[in-house]
Design a protein around this ligand. Structure first.
Ligand code: T1G
Length: 689
């Protein structure tokens, strides 16, 4: 056959094996020989049944994403499935690892699906700004029902083999020996004799009576789409499966797919797919990583507790250290409460909760950290405190242990210098809540050893984090750019915009919330403390904090939060405060357009990103996109600030930055040289090289 598709016979059962490492994507060089194999086996009288299996660690994990945006080479997946459905003898997909996207669609083209107990099955195309384009939205509802299919396709979240069996998606689950079991299953089916009904002809699970509930759920999901087209298209296409004949629904799915794959949103989300994987490529492939078996966390406050949970959730035993028993017990109680909330919500089983809690050991003795391979410090954000902690760590930690600081602003080089082993010191900047937020800024200090860095990057992926390596500067990548984005927020208020108006521009752009609501959620006192430490001011926010208005936690900040509610309402006293400060500064209010708000907040964000690339604080523009999408809610449909800048137009951004620089004289608007180079070269990589 070919290097990528082989056929073997087990008696009268043919086994077609796909072998296209690393994830058996359905690249053209797989599709062509696969089509040939299926056609010849269909017509081979000696073959009683066909099993489709995959070599390596997973079943087909989808179409080849690198082929999108290029002319489609035939046969495409739909053509292969169309041939599969003409095969009269039983066809069986043998699924291990992940059957995702086009991989699951290929399996849906078979009469039967059998899975390994550890398998996961799903249609995650929505995460790439797409909908299943190989018939998944029309065939899956025929097996699992429209409501189940809607949930799976709009969320893009795979289900496990047990759930797939219960839902009717797979016909059998085997603990081991998958291929042999699949051959036995196929042989049994052949023995029973046909006819075997292709999924396309199974309408039994489609029920028009479900339409009202379907539409209700689809409307709910649409509300959460925040401007993303793919979730809406997914729901529409599954609905078509209920209301239209099969071929019409299939054609409609195709139309939606072709539209989405050519759109900016899918391009942005595909960019993020590969950017996330690029960001994790740190150091030589063959660098020997250090062994991490036991983790210590210093500080059981909000950050320390969340960090400890992130490691326990990843299966690592954790020693949680505090200065006093009282503080320790408080921290452990919060952790237990957080797990109880997850159990109550049904996102964690009672057994899993007990298992994870069993991984914690509390301590007030630094000596207990002596056996840890990694120790993460999450104490008060003050240099003197950090240096004292690292000095003590240096005395107790074993040779080769990695010492990490969770500082979000402070100089990691200075912290490392407070030890005799700066090569083992690295920054691990988690985002709050640390057990939930996926982003992890890994700070490479001047003396951080390459193997220590590579070890932490790999560990981050193991505990489900999205790692991005950044250099040392104030605020690293995320918070430094956040400061640039926020630098004009107060000026916009003084000149006539309201917090609601600014935040509305951000939510219309696709953010979960705007800067003022975000400030209230995080607590205005954090920024206030930071500004004071740096001798900076923000007259509105500072005044609010001096008056004790820290945001949600005090019931008032830029917004009011009545009776402990999290819903922000306009705060008349803030509007009065803004007007009073403006009068004092002699600023007359004017109408400010949404475009101006974007220009004075997001253009400086991009500009600061360009400066960060110039200074090599970030290795790639796409790393900055990953930081902002995973740590600051930048809309995935826009691909992150640096990708979005390409959509917005670099020349336009430079033109408006120049305009505001002339008008305000503020550095935040002075276009970075690299931004101008980007305008010439058309790519950040080209500009940086
Ligand atoms: N196409 C091309 N390359 C892929 C790929 C794919 N589908 N999936 C993974 N890779 C590359 C990836 O870039 C990386 O490359 C390497 O494989 C290992 O991946 C018609 C429209 C399967 C769960 O969305 O979710 O089918 O960096 O590091 O952590 O309806 O990969 O080494 O050079 O992620 O073990 C739908 C995408 C496609 C699944 C494995 N499928 N993949 O995770 O490894 S659209 C998906 C994943 C589609 C049809 C439609 C994960 C994984 P490199 P990795 P991993």
């Amino acid at each position: 056959m070919s290097d990528f598709v082989s056929v073997t016979k087990d008696g009268r059962i043919a086994v077609v094996t796909i072998d296209n490492p690393p994830v058996n994507a359905l690249s053209f060089h797989v599709r062509e020989p696969l089509m040939q194999a299926l056609v010849s086996l269909r017509d081979e009288p000696d073959v009683a049944a066909i099993v489709i299996a995959c070599a390596g660690r997973t079943f087909v994990a989808g179409a080849d994403i690198t082929e999108f945006g290029k002319p489609v080479q035939q046969p495409d997946l739909r053509a292969i499935i169309a041939v599969l459905e003409t095969i009269a003898k039983p066809t069986v997909a043998a699924i291990h690892g992940t059957a995702l996207g086009g991989g699951l669609e290929l399996a849906l083209g078979c009469h039967f699906r059998v899975a390994d107990a550890g398998a996961k099955l799903g249609l995650p195309e929505v995460k790439l700004g797409l909908l299943p384009g190989g018939g998944g939205t029309v065939r899956l509802p025929r097996l699992v029902g429209a409501l189940k299919a809607l949930g799976m396709i709009v969320s893009g979240t795979p289900i496990d083999a047990t759930e797939a069996l219960a839902a009717g998606l797979v016909d059998a689950v085997f603990e081991d020996g998958l291929t042999a079991q699949a051959v036995r299953f196929a042989s049994e089916m052949a023995g029973r004799g046909g006819p075997f009904t292709p999924v396309r002809d199974r309408d039994g699970r489609l029920d028009q009576a479900e339409l009202p509930e379907f539409d209700r759920q689809a409307a709910e999901l649409a509300k959460k789409a925040r401007g993303l087209e793919a979730p809406i298209a997914c729901a529409q296409s599954v609905r078509n499966a209920i209301t239209l004949p099969f071929d019409e629904a299939l054609a409609a799915e195709r139309e939606l797919f072709v539209k989405l794959v050519a759109g900016d949103q899918s391009r942005a989300q595909r960019h993020l797919f590969f950017a996330e994987r690029e960001a994790a490529k740190v150091g030589a492939k063959d660098i020997v990583r250090r062994k991490i078996a036991r983790v210590g966390v210093i500080g059981a406050g909000t950050m320390g507790g969340g960090i400890a949970m992130a490691f326990a959730n990843g299966g690592y035993p954790v020693i949680l250290l505090e200065t006093t028993q009282e503080a320790l017990q408080r921290g452990l109680a919060t952790i237990e409460k957080n797990y109880a909330v997850s159990v109550a919500r049904g996102s964690l089983s009672e057994d899993a909760k007990c298992l994870r809690l069993g991984l914690f050991k509390g301590s007030t003795d630094y000596g207990d950290l002596a056996d840890c391979d990694l120790i993460v410090e999450a104490v008060f954000e003050e240099m003197a405190v950090k240096r004292e902690v690292f000095g003590r760590l240096d005395a107790v930690a074993k040779p080769g242990a990695i010492l990490a600081t969770n500082t979000s602003y402070l100089d990691v080089n200075e912290i490392a210098a407070s030890t005799s082993r700066p090569q083992d010191v690295v920054g691990m900047h988690f985002f709050s809540p640390a057990n939930v937020m996926k982003l992890l800024e890994i700070v490479r200090a001047e003396k951080t050893a390459p193997d220590a860095l590579a070890t932490i990057v790999e560990l981050a992926r193991r505990i489900g984090k999205v790692p991005v390596v950044v250099g040392v500067c104030h605020g690293f990548v995320g918070n430094r750019m956040l400061a640039a984005r926020g630098s004009e927020s107060e000026a916009l208020l003084l000149e006539g915009a309201t917090p609601q108006q600014v935040d509305r521009v951000f939510t219309d752009f696709g953010w979960p919330m705007g800067p003022f609501q975000m400030g209230d959620l995080a607590g205005l006192d954090i920024g206030w403390r930071n500004r004071k430490a740096r001798g900076q001011t923000a007259i509105i926010a500072d005044t609010l904090c001096e008056q004790g208005h820290f945001g949600q936690k005090t019931g008032s900040g830029f917004y009011l939060y009545e009776n402990g509610s999290r819903i922000p309402v306009a705060n008349p006293s803030v509007e009065a405060l803004i007007r009073a400060k403006a009068v004092k500064k002699g600023i007359a209010p004017r109408t400010i357009a949404a475009d101006e708000i974007i220009e004075r907040t997001l253009y400086p964000l991009v500009n600061e990103g360009a400066k960060i690339l110039e200074e090599k604080i970030a290795a790639r523009a796409s790393d900055i996109d990953i930081v902002w999408v995973n740590g600051y809610g930048f809309p995935v449909g826009k691909g992150g600030p640096m990708f979005w800048a390409g959509l917005e137009g670099i020349d336009k951004i430079i033109g408006r930055l120049d305009h505001w620089h002339e008008r305000t004289g503020k550095d935040v608007f002075k276009p970075a040289p690299l931004l101008r180079q980007m305008a010439e070269t058309g790519s950040w990589e080209g500009a940086a090289s």
